[in-house]
Design a protein around this ligand. Structure first.
Ligand code: DQA
Length: 154
């Protein structure tokens, strides 16, 4: 019987469905589908399955984080604008036992001051920001390496 691979969840927050045509000077021209395809390829090469979800709705993301703790090994999250506003997402990540890595396409610290604060940063393993779509790939690698070490979160 084939052994099923452990699974990782990638969560994309609001407006990231528009990647490729949304402010390309800030976020680049790569689409979300292309990013998810590359993440799935990388995950497979490192021995994981990948499930990807994009939502413009905070509660959907909270539900996904809660559900992930049942059947996922870790979470890669770009909460987009909710990074800067959502105590609910932070609390959801803090409530679960699996690790999460936060990523951003743009360098949020070089942008408007309201983007400089992340509610998620204190409850994730680490954050990668500013490398375009590479932030996702580097973040996935960091999550896998973290899981390999079997380290508890934080
Ligand atoms: C973002 C940065 C956020 O400030 C912004 O609201 C986004 C995308 C990024 O990936 O650079 O929607 O998370």
């Amino acid at each position: 019987m084939p052994v099923s691979l452990p699974s990782l969840l990638v969560l994309h927050g609001p407006n990231l469905n528009l990647l490729g045509r949304r402010e390309p000077q800030v976020y680049g021209v790569v689409t979300l589908a292309q990013i998810d395809a590359e993440l799935a390829t990388l995950a497979h090469s490192w021995g994981y399955r990948l499930t990807a979800l994009q939502s413009n709705h905070e509660g959907v993301l909270v539900d996904a984080i809660q559900a992930a703790s049942e059947d996922q090994s870790g979470i890669l999250i770009n909460a987009a604008a909710y990074t800067h506003t959502s105590v609910a997402l932070r609390d959801a990540l803090a409530a679960i036992a699996i690790p999460a890595v936060e990523v951003h396409l743009s360098n949020i610290y070089r942008r408007e001051s309201f983007r400089h604060h992340s509610h998620l940063a204190p409850v994730v393993v680490g954050q990668i920001s500013g490398f375009g779509e590479q932030s996702y790939y580097l973040g996935l690698q960091a999550l896998v390496e973290h899981l390999k070490k079997g380290k508890p979160q934080n």
